[in-house]
Design a binder for this molecule. Structure first.
Ligand SMILES: Cc1ncc(C[n+]2csc(CCOP(=O)(O)OP(=O)(O)O)c2C)c(N)n1
Ligand SMILES: [Mg+2]
Length: 635
């Protein structure tokens, strides 16, 4: 293709993005599904004009909060196994910095999102403009520099022709399975509107192929040797396994070898819950089955995990003195953790190669049957935990079970922060690899509703169930309006316990009596705390005069109020028929939490205090820390 086309920088950007495709295993799809945006002076006549002019090739969606639109993109990317995302355009200043949290979430979770914050004039003519941060000692700084640490690729487009170099680099990072995360291209507002001659070839369709990289044969051979020699091998499945679409290969390996599997938050669903060797959640929010086997494992095979503190129970989960790690990961950075033998490569390739090389090998029969027994015992425990109780307010575990039933075989549960992620990690029964979407890399309150919107846009055939606490709901409810406007069908279960129950429980466990986690203040600056026995508040609580259900309804959502678990079940059935977002409001018992099952999480406690509760918690903390394995030897 020869010749040139005269377009503005923004027009060329939009045309380029519309023409990018991503391909894996012969399946090809659009890389940038559309563009979310909120306009201001920093993008309205540049990228805004370009989106208007090219609306036939790049769908535009209006958002209500810039952070939320990045969450939509991240939710979409995760549900699509990183094969597709959205672009997000903002004005300069506050619109731009509102995206920083979304960028961090995407980068922490290794999810591709393309961020296009507007920036102040490259030509500097009218400076300082509305919303500009002036830094007297450095004229090159703008608020967009805040994106640098939370982006996997950052550039500022100072001249139109810079796009020829910058956009391909941005696409490479978005589609690179090891490097992906937030990609930020800051666009000075004057440059957006400047025209130049673009090579026509630059605007032609281009396909970014994701090749599945097999692990190096010599490393594979060493891994096989370690697995053959292990007495108590355990697989820890992470999100990377799911992004690689390797659930079938995992199952084949497990069926052939009898090696049990446990899962991180992002890895839940890797081996469906009904499998007898699927031990479920591991670590701080793990099941008794997974945590007991983890404690004894002598070889831990991590697949697509970055070994967060929740997964390792703050490095206390793996107690065998001779435990060794084998890490399968596309990212060398993660594969090297815990001194592991690094199998750098694609999870599906690695699992297929391992299965072939291990043909005929079975893990120790006693270990496999131990795993089966622990799993069966855990299932009975789940049944006990989720059973409805005869109490004034329903408990959260029963709410989760009702939603799990309503989700059926293909429904997706979405959550991010509060007490629900831990409960879901333990209790949710997964039925396929894409039915569990808990954002626990950044655990960002407010992700739930926009993240759920992204899931629904990515998987229109699935029912999406957003579980959101009252605190998380209050952080970012505004994009319910976007779901209404775009008719994005979601069932949102708003689980209301009048405050930050999870942090309240954490605070109690650390001797601080739930301080600052109730909504109700007592007047004169006094803050409500919890009673010494942890069974309730230490004072009279009248709920604040707030009605979150009415709030959701006022934003255009269809509201159903449920008081009991039976109400909830019928509300979930009724919500099926609603076009757009339905919100089911249910109040739950703040103090009826699901306990921890032999998992620990390191949160530091004050070393000195007048309060005996804090001193006792500090003692416990120091004791618990003795179980940490801060250094594991290489195999
Ligand atoms: C943006 C953000 N701010 C603060 C936190 C710390 N935090 C984690 S859970 C939580 C409380 C969540 O409250 P709610 O959504 O009502 O859930 P609950 O704990 O009551 O189940 C807080 C403040 C966070 N994860 N994200
Ligand atoms: Mg709450």
């Amino acid at each position: 293709m020869s010749g040139t086309v005269r377009l503005t920088t923004a027009q060329a950007l939009v045309r380029f993005l519309a023409a990018q495709e991503v391909e894996r295993d012969g399946r090809r799809e659009r890389l940038i599904a559309g563009c979310f945006g909120i306009f201001g002076h920093g993008n309205v006549a540049g990228i805004g004009q370009a989106l208007q002019q090219h609306s036939d090739v790049m769908p535009y969606h209006q958002a209500r909060n810039e952070q939320a639109m990045v969450h939509v993109a991240a939710g979409y990317a995760r549900q699509r196994n990183r094969l597709g995302t959205f672009a997000c355009t903002t004005s300069v200043g506050p619109g731009a910095t509102n995206m920083v949290t979304g960028a961090a979430l995407a980068t922490v979770n290794r999810l591709p999102v393309l961020l296009l914050p507007g920036d102040t004039f490259a030509g500097r003519g009218p400076h300082p403009v509305l919303q500009q941060l002036e830094v007297p000692h450095d004229a090159t700084i703008s608020v967009n520099d805040a994106f640098r640490p939370v982006s996997r690729f950052f550039d500022r487009i100072q001249r139109p022709e810079q796009l020829l170099a910058s956009l391909p680099e941005a696409m490479r990072v978005l589609t690179d399975q090891a490097e992906t995360g937030a990609v930020t291209l800051a666009f000075p507002e004057d440059v957006q509107t400047e025209a130049c001659e673009w090579p026509a070839a630059f605007l032609e369709p281009r396909t970014w192929t994701i090749w599945r990289q097999p692990p190096v044969p010599a490393a594979l051979a060493r891994a096989v040797e370690l697995i053959r020699g292990a007495k108590r091998p355990l697989i820890v499945a992470g999100g990377g396994l799911i992004y690689s679409e390797a659930a079938a290969q995992l199952r084949a390996l497990v069926d052939a070898t009898g090696i049990p599997v446990c899962e991180t938050q992002a890895g839940r669903g890797s081996l469906v819950s009904e499998h007898p060797l699927s031990l479920g959640a591991v670590g701080a929010t793990g099941t008794a089955a997974a945590n007991r086997l983890a404690r004894e494992a002598d070889l831990v095979i991590g697949i697509g995990t970055r070994w967060s503190d929740f997964t390792t129970a703050s490095k206390s989960a793996f107690q065998d003195p001779d435990v060794r790690f084998v890490n399968v990961n596309v990212a060398a950075f993660d594969a090297a953790k815990h001194s592991g033998l690094a199998l750098v490569g694609d999870a599906r390739e690695a699992l297929t190669a391992l299965a072939a090389a291990l043909a005929g090998h079975r893990a120790d029969a006693g270990w496999t049957s131990r795993a089966r027994e622990e799993k069966a015992a855990w299932e009975a425990e789940v049944d006990r935990l989720i059973a409805p109780r005869d109490e004034a307010l329903p408990h959260q575990a029963a709410v989760i079970a009702a939603v799990n039933d309503a989700a059926g075989d293909t429904g997706v549960v979405v959550c991010a922060a509060g007490s629900m992620p831990g409960d879901l990690h333990k209790l949710w029964r997964t039925r396929d690899a894409k039915s569990y979407h808990v954002e626990y890399g950044y655990s960002c309150m407010g992700y739930e509703i926009p993240g759920g919107m992204g899931v629904k846009l990515a998987a229109p055939d699935r029912d999406v169930f957003v579980m959101v606490g009252d605190g998380s709901y209050l952080m970012l409810p505004g994009d319910l309006v976007t779901a209404v406007a775009e008719r994005i069908k979601l069932t949102i279960v708003l689980v209301d316990n009048h405050g930050y129950a999870s942090i309240g429980a954490l605070s109690r466990s650390l001797g601080s009596a739930g301080f600052g986690t109730h909504y109700r203040q007592l007047g004169n600056g006094a803050v409500l705390e919890d009673a010494a026995d942890g069974a309730g508040p230490a004072g009279p609580v009248e709920p604040l005069p707030i009605d979150l259900g009415a709030n959701a309804e006022s934003l255009g959502a269809y509201l159903i109020r449920a008081r009991t678990i039976d109400d909830l079940r019928s509300a979930l059935a009724d919500a099926r028929g609603i076009d757009g977002p339905a919100v089911i409001h249910i109040e739950v018992d703040r103090y009826a939490g699901v306990p921890s099952y032999e998992g620990w999480w390191e949160v530091p406690v004050a070393e000195v205090s007048d309060d005996p509760r804090v001193r006792a918690a500090r003692e416990e903390y120091e004791k618990a820390r003795q179980a940490q394995r801060r250094y594991v030897e290489a195999p």
